[in-house]
Ligand binder design. Structure first.
Ligand code: PLP
Length: 413
């Protein structure tokens, strides 16, 4: 399909009506929402699933013998099954429901790495990572005496594969890499990276926060050991997410948190932990949110990940072409493979000022360091302005962005 034909795909064009938040005016102008990489809007299907549960089925899960508890458990566990299918995990035992990517990565750092890392061992990450894929590793390295290594990126914002490979030695026990950079939109060649690491026996975690909303993810085809993602970036509620891990690894990891639901038996002498995945899910979970996340998976699958990927690719191309025509605009992040995220600078206007001027015109973008300060340091910048796309964006949104940028140039002339 040609890029422009993809933009006209009826399935995708109609999706906009599914998102009530998009249909409002901000500062007197129709909202243009270009901040989905931070948190995407939710369709009626998700809002309704959460609201139906709250109105009709609310009860605690797993414990009750009454009807409401059964219903809540069925809906909650049903969401786990949908998520298993969504990422093609071999077993529902491997799908740990968390509060999001951040918790999923911390779980691996504390439960997989902390008991096994020794002084002299290394954890390898890259310069492209979100703080959530940096700080948990710094903490566990401090706790264990291990060392944190960082693979460099080039001026386009791509990982330098040869240099990454050179850092992969027998001392590296875990490699943690993002699927897609939230700051620059770079789509990392994760299949290749994972294969290189696995050939050397290195365990691999993929931060998929910016991967799952935009492309088909098959954890078995990827070949990684852990894959982490958040519900609120894939049209689900905040405070939801997943850690997928290989069963043989999860089985040997100690619990991350203690409490109700993660046990089979408790006495003061000894506690017997629950089986997977419940061993890692202490306490009452985010039941409503997870049910909403299940509805988000249904929604994404009904639109089709392939359609979404093609639409966003074509729209990103259109956005880059239009941005390049704006006088004084400089793109930050020009990787050969990018998802629907584009960072840029306009003349010497501070990104926060630019974001405010755009908001006055109804255009919502992100400004600042995007929780990726090392990326900004790599480019010698305090921050950028970032426009990020989702399946509900269209060429009109981009045209409005460009018009708002032209206006900002006039204001700061
Ligand atoms: N990793 C990446 C690449 C992200 O973009 C984000 C959020 O922006 C995170 C991790 C953290 O996600 P959360 O705050 O949902 O835990």
């Amino acid at each position: 399909m040609s890029p422009l034909a993809a933009l006209a795909t009826a399935d995708i064009a109609g999706c906009r009506d599914d998102f009530p938040a998009l249909h409002q005016t901000i500062n007197g102008q129709a909202l243009v929402f270009l901040d989905s990489a931070a948190s995407s809007q939710q369709p009626f299907a998700v809002i309704d699933a959460v609201s139906r549960y709250q109105r009709e089925d609310h009860a605690n899960v797993h414990r009750g013998v009454h009807t409401l508890s059964h219903r809540a458990t069925e809906l909650y566990e049903g969401a786990r099954d949908k998520l298993r299918d969504f990422i093609n995990a071999p077993s529902r035992r491997e799908v740990i429901l968390t509060s999001g990517t951040t918790e999923s990565i911390n779980l691996v750092a504390q439960s997989y790495c902390r008991p096994s890392l020794q002084p002299g061992d290394q954890v390898l990450i890259t310069w492209l990572e979100h703080h959530s894929n940096i700080v948990p590793w710094q903490l566990v390295c401090e706790q264990t005496g291990a060392e944190l290594l960082v693979a460099p990126i080039n001026d386009r914002g791509e990982i330098e594969l040869d240099e990454l490979q050179a850092l992969m030695t027998e001392r590296v026990k875990l490699l943690a890499v993002g699927h897609v950079s939230n700051a620059l939109g770079t789509v990392n060649p994760v299949v290749d990276i994972i294969a290189r690491a696995k050939a050397l026996g290195i365990t691999v975690l993929v931060d998929g926060a910016q991967g799952v909303p935009h492309m088909n993810v098959d954890v078995q085809a990827l070949g990684c050991d852990f894959y982490a993602f958040s519900g609120h970036k894939m049209f689900g509620p905040t405070g939801t997410g997943v850690l997928w891990g290989r069963e043989e690894l999860l089985e040997n990891m100690p619990p991350y948190k203690g409490g109700g639901d993660m046990i089979l038996e408790v006495s003061f002498e000894k506690t017997v932990f629950n089986e997977l995945p419940y061993k890692f899910e202490a306490g009452t979970p985010n039941i409503a949110g997870t049910i909403g996340l299940g509805a988000a998976v249904d929604y994404l699958q009904s639109v089709g990940m392939q359609n979404i990927e093609e639409h966003e690719k074509a729209l990103h191309r259109y956005m880059v072409d239009q941005l390049e025509s704006v006088e004084g605009l400089r793109l930050v992040g020009t990787a050969r493979k990018q998802a629907g995220v584009q960072s840029f600078l306009l003349n010497d206007i501070h990104p926060h000022d630019l974001g405010t001027i755009l908001d006055h015109q109804g255009v919502a973008v992100r400004t600042g360091h995007h929780c990726a300060m090392p990326v900004m340091q790599r480019f010698g910048l305090p921050g950028t302005t970032r426009a990020s796309l989702a399946l509900y964006n269209n060429t009109n949104d981009i045209d409005r962005l460009i018009a708002a940028l032209d206006k900002a140039r006039e204001v700061f002339a």
